[in-house]
Design a binder for this molecule. Structure first.
Ligand code: AKB
Length: 316
């Protein structure tokens, strides 16, 4: 495999772990990490890093030329909660970064683009259970609006200019290495840290709010699998629904109690409840499973074991 990969937003939750996995597959020097801030020590020391603003198209072009980049993974984004606080900034980051990279592909500076979408493209009028790939999409958040528009820009650039752009609608992603920031699904990470540190967690969603979720290892595997899929197998150029598991805060707390019997959870839903309530409870990802063979590995019990073990080891 002779790809040279640029990851934009490499210091974030997905970027950090995706960079490491891609470096293992393609070789450290062939995967260039970039962000507006430095990332983990592991990422900074294992391969090249460039300080870069995701909305600076000319800056990105300079780095693409310097390293002969063939593929770009554009991960920089403002998530749902932060985007509600800074709507214009979120639109600027989430949209202009995408249009810049799509233009670089249209102008043939790069061959392939990955761009993350989200379950936030759906809204309260979407069927909640087993949400289909193609259905009513009326997002109520700035983040969701930007992801839905972005998906259709991807599709447009593919149809009009033949750009090879691929995208996944990520559910909430659970990881212990790099914390996300400003997401509605972040409770499903914070809960493990608080359970180990304080033995208790105050949840900002109500106990029966069911959301689709996934372990980071599965998310990274799916992303690379989609990018490595044969052109002919990638039949959707908007975003692929991607599911793994779904659960409520109450079910998660019960799972944690199997390891930490004294763990206590309390519920104080805030404005984030409204965002969560507008999103699907579970996802029909049969298109991803059929088109490029997607399969998840981690269920809630395996995720809980992994999270508690790794957070404990890290903080010793
Ligand atoms: C968020 O909560 O904003 C993200 C997402 C589901 O895209 N984790």
């Amino acid at each position: 495999m002779s790809e040279i990969i640029l990851i934009i937003g490499a210091s974030g939750q997905i970027g950090n772990e995706l960079t490491q996995e891609l470096r293992t597959i393609y070789g450290n020097s062939n995967v260039i990490a970039s962000d507006i801030k430095e990332g983990s020590e592991e990422m900074m020391s294992s391969g090249p890093f460039e300080m870069m603003d995701a909305t600076d198209k000319e800056g990105i072009l300079g780095i693409v030329k310097k390293h002969n980049v063939t593929q770009v993974y554009l991960l920089a984004a403002m998530l749902s909660v932060t985007a509600e606080k800074h709507p214009k900034k979120a639109w600027d980051l989430n949209m202009n970064s995408l249009l810049g990279v799509l233009d670089l592909a249209k102008e043939k500076h790069i061959k392939q683009v990955f761009w993350p979408s989200s379950i936030a493209v759906f809204g309260s009028t979407t069927p909640k259970d087993n949400t289909p790939q193609k259905t009513i999409m009326e997002p109520s958040t700035v983040y969701g609006i930007s992801k839905l528009s972005g998906e259709f820009w991807c599709n447009y650039y593919h149809e009009k200019y033949g750009v090879d752009v691929r995208s996944i609608r990520y559910p909430g992603i659970i990881s212990w290495k790099t914390k996300p920031g400003g997401g509605t699904t972040d409770y499903a990470i914070d809960i493990y840290f608080k359970a180990l540190k304080e033995g208790a967690y105050e949840c900002f969603l109500s106990e029966n709010t069911r959301l689709p979720m996934m372990y980071m290892n599965d998310a990274v595997a799916a992303t690379i699998q989609l990018m490595q899929a044969k052109h002919i197998d990638v039949k959707l150029r908007t975003g692929y629904n991607l599911g793994a598991i779904d659960f409520t805060p109450n079910e998660m707390a019960l799972e944690i109690k199997k390891h930490l019997p004294d763990f206590k959870i309390s519920y104080h839903p805030d404005f984030r409840q409204e965002i969560a309530a507008s999103w699907p409870s579970s996802i029909d990802d049969s298109a991803a499973r059929t088109d490029w063979n997607w399969q998840h590995k981690f269920d809630l019990s395996a995720i809980t074991t992994e999270m508690l073990k790794n957070i404990k080891t890290e903080s010793i």
